[in-house]
Design a protein around this ligand. Structure first.
Ligand SMILES: C[S@@+](CC[C@H](N)C(=O)[O-])C[C@H]1O[C@@H](n2cnc3c(N)ncnc32)[C@H](O)[C@@H]1O
Length: 209
């Protein structure tokens, strides 16, 4: 994603009530202390400008959603969309996903990986959000390990299938053309752009027992 740096974004994000300012404080207690209910928590890692997670939160009031984004300028773009909207089931965190096991403990029910950076060079493959490094982190944070991935990138998609299967996930649903199915839910910014260009979207759902 092209990042247009916004001056003072690091400080400006703190003005939003949706931002969890110190996410490390609530480890293991997100349901009781942050959402104050017992609904499942779904996480989108690399939420970008937030279209998907905001729409999901609007459409599913009985699910708690948390969007994770590593760049403050991009986080701010998402937070600005939430001005004047009241969504008690949505929170945003500005951290790198590598930090997630210090933030959550066995409390996440579903992880969405939407159009994650593909990291095509072999020496960068471990940075992919479905590499073993991240799958280990997801073990720490998940109560139920359910991963839903959407991507235009076939290299990332194929390596995710291998990585997830090798690690013990079962691919329970898959499509090489999501928009030709009835599985379409909320659309991301990238998905919207690719769909309009006629690019097919790969989709999978994986569960680890
Ligand atoms: C290609 S964009 C896709 C954005 C959005 N999910 C969409 O589909 O439109 C990938 C996003 O993931 C974020 N990202 C990449 N690696 C990350 C990481 N390790 N932790 C948190 N966010 C990450 C990037 O900053 C970027 O905003």
């Amino acid at each position: 994603m092209r990042i247009r740096n916004i001056k003072n974004a690091d400080e400006l994000i703190y003005e939003s009530p949706y931002l969890i300012k110190n996410p490390y404080l609530y480890i293991g207690e997100y349901k009781t202390k942050v959402f104050k209910n017992n609904n499942p928590i779904h996480l989108e890692i690399g939420m970008g400008k937030g279209n998907f997670i905001i729409d999901m939160a609007k459409n599913n009031p009985d699910i708690n959603f948390i969007g994770v984004e590593k760049y403050s300028s991009i986080t701010l773009r998402a937070l600005r969309k939430l001005k004047d909207i009241n969504l008690p089931n949505l929170k945003i965190i500005n951290i790198d996903a590598l930090e997630l096991s210090k933030v959550f403990k066995k409390e996440i029910s579903t992880i969405y990986l939407n159009f994650s950076d593909p990291w095509p060079k072999k020496r960068h493959h471990k940075r992919r959000l479905t590499s073993e490094i991240f799958l280990r982190i997801y073990d720490d944070i998940c109560l139920e390990n359910i991963i839903i991935q959407k991507t235009d990138n076939i290299g990332l998609f194929e390596s995710s299938i291998v990585s997830l299967s090798t690690y013990g996930y079962k691919i329970v649903d898959i499509s090489l053309d999501l928009w030709s199915t009835d599985k379409v839910t909320s659309e991301t910014e990238y998905e919207n752009k690719f769909r309009k260009q006629g690019i097919k979207i790969n989709y999978l759902k994986a569960i680890k027992k």
